[in-house]
Design a protein around this ligand. Sequence first.
Ligand SMILES: Nc1nc2c(ncn2[C@@H]2O[C@H](COP(=O)(O)OP(=O)(O)OP(=O)(O)O)[C@@H](O)[C@H]2O)c(=O)[nH]1
Ligand SMILES: [Mg+2]
Length: 282
Amino acid sequence: MTINWFPGHMNKARRELAEALRRIDVVIELVDARLPRSSRNPMLEELRGETPCLTLLNKSDLADPATNRAWLEVLDRVGDRAAIEISADRPASVRGVPGRCRKLAPHRRGPGKTLRCIVVGIPNVGKSTLINTLLGRHIARVADRPAVTQHQQRFHLDSGISLADTPGVLWPKLADQQGAYRLAASGAIRETAFDVMDVAVFAVGFLAARYAEPLRKRYKLDLLASEPLDLLESIGRKRGFLRRGGVVDVERAAETLLRELRAGELGRVSFERPEDFCDLQS
Ligand SMILES: Nc1nc2c(ncn2[C@@H]2O[C@H](COP(=O)(O)OP(=O)(O)OP(=O)(O)O)[C@@H](O)[C@H]2O)c(=O)[nH]1
Ligand SMILES: [Mg+2]
């Protein structure tokens, strides 16, 4: 699959991120709980140097709870970072974020000192939503599509913390094609940059392998065909997506599957588990 990863503003965002990281006390890294590895920006480690990092598994409401726990265990093992799971529908899960940031930068405690934090992450992962929850107001612009925030913007919390919202950044090369498919299936990449059919074929094949029962139930399928394209065709047939002559509209089935998967209508789905990565085995 070829994905046009790096439109002009993404390039600019990378430069801005590198620049912004120089005056920062704590990096708040948002990853998508459904794909914590593939949604993590590999450039961040290189760019942040020794600045401590709080990793937040966001959209945890859409991911498998047991898999969320498994990821937190893995992420907790890594040196100067802390990790917690959060979701926008549970503001209480977000409340601990300022305290965690303070803990990571004890030298910035004291009267008159502002803790400077930056929120980074891939497009559409929920950075602006997190900032709004922390502020208790809808100030940062939010929408369910990638590349909504176009410029860095700084906000102040009452508790002496400043937060910078940043545009989502994807990286130019992706070594792992599976990762690219997961990102596209999760909604991190603009639909104009990939082939919907390709990604839906990946997604339905993945669901048949790991979430067969929810897939069967959602689309009222008796048996799951072994070929992903046949699966999409049975979904289209069940939904009555027929073209003239009774031919199934497989494209419409593909779009429907991706939309419903992203909205959580197939239940809580994690696209990757720690055991899928050999370097994460303990
Ligand atoms: N289910 C779920 N949806 C969320 C969560 N957090 C954010 N969203 C939704 O995800 C979409 C993107 O949220 P934004 O806050 O605009 O994401 P962003 O990271 O700022 O995106 P860019 O500015 O485009 O990089 C919106 O539809 C949010 O409502 C969450 O915890 N769970
Ligand atoms: Mg945003």
